[in-house]
Ligand binder design. Sequence first.
Ligand code: SAM
Ligand code: SF4
Length: 496
Amino acid sequence: MLTQTASPTVAEPCSRLSPDAGQGGPSKLCLGGGLPSADVRLRANGGTRVILDHMPGEPQKTFYLETFGCQMNAHDSEKVVGTLLSEGYRQVQTVEEAELVLYNTCSIRDKAEQKVFNRLSDYKKFYKQGKRFGVLGCVAQQEGEKIFERAPYVSLVCGSASYRNLPQMLIQIEAGKQRVTGLDDRETDECFETEFTARTNPHRGYITIIEGCDKFCAYCVVPFTRGKERSRTSDSVLSEARQMADLGYTEIQLLGQNVNSYKDPAGKKSFAELLAAVGEIAGIRRVRFTTSHPRDFGRDIIDAIDAVPTLCDHVHLPVQSGSERVLDAMQRLYTRDEYLERISWMKAARREISITSDIIVGFPGETEVEFEETLSLLDDVEYDSIFGFKYSPRPNTPALKLDDAIPDEEKARRLAMLNEKQREIQRRRYQRYLGTTLEVMVENRNEARGQWSGRTSQNKVFNFTAPEDAKPNVGAYVTVMTTGTFPNSLLGELVV
Ligand code: SAM
Ligand code: SF4
């Protein structure tokens, strides 16, 4: 049958990837935490571990998939890959080898969108060789059939709300149909649930619990590209989490544009109860969740973290701005004080919770004083990391109608100031770990540096050395002594 390797993925981050993979600045997102060619386990047959190897003589429909954007896109791609494998396709690592070339796209900022069109024009020569091209995800949904005009060699345009119809769309493409679309499902109540998910990391994996967004922040394209908010039942999420635990996964990350807006369609569990239930599954050692929206962030989430030790002591709570007026103009649905109240709950938790955030600078009309209010918020909260973005005008969004655009150079200046201030805060905060020991899940080995790399429960990157006779395995949980600190990472030695 099939052996699968990690699909090439380029990040123009959309939702926070880093420290996991970098939402802040553009960074390389590796499915599977950077494993170069991890085997893919197809989750099927009630959780049996299935590793598929290619058998000679089998049909050779091949595809190449490149992913841009956030964790949601990365995980959507794992499900798309699983769907294609289950339809008899084989994944290849280069466009040259593929019959079907797919891009799972991101349109959160203009730069991300442009990358996709650049890539498509790079590859148009391949159309003459009979290759077919498909654009999936946010750019597909946003641009719709206009993509066929801009790139006539594209055969498939499919938004994320239509992924569950991919098998039928593939049949149409195979039958030679020139233009196949999946664009009409944004009002659906259904999530993309598939029994085939081609996860590329055997130790930690994503589970989507909620899709779409109903918040309509003034700057954001997501409600237009991912459709209306819809949650999976808690039974279905828990059954997937148990299957993953049975397969040997120890870390689970619950995903959604706003995970804490989760509403169990069966009415059985709140988000905090679901979180706790996933954390209580035997074999699961770490549970993460992203992204949380401040408006829906209840104290019960902190109570769950206090009660269940496997829930990681890290909360990503995007604030976007420290100015009351700008928050209102952004239609964020909370005030600075309400946001800070949630921060005070986290600071009162039993374990120290690492807090990270997203911030947009240069929203239309943002004054120097309002920007300084954002800087002062950094002092008030003392984040462990932030992802700062220059405001990027997006199609369809209400903010497009606002006057007083901030010039790009001014946005760049504010972003540099924001990052510089935050760097100082991190330098100070990370120094507190010097001489302490922390539990690290080992993620990979950097041969050139002779170091291992992993993450703490707080999602801090930890690079460390280990004696020759005590080399840790990837996926293992080890104790590391902190011998050095940097603004974005810790340095240490394995405790044996
Ligand atoms: N749902 C999450 C929330 O409400 O915080 C965020 C999800 S959004 C896909 C990820 C981040 O991208 C946002 O937190 C925001 O900082 C950034 N972002 C979204 N639209 C943007 C825009 N038009 N310009 C710049 N950054 C943007
Ligand atoms: Fe975008 Fe706002 Fe929805 Fe987050 S809550 S995805 S920023 S519209």
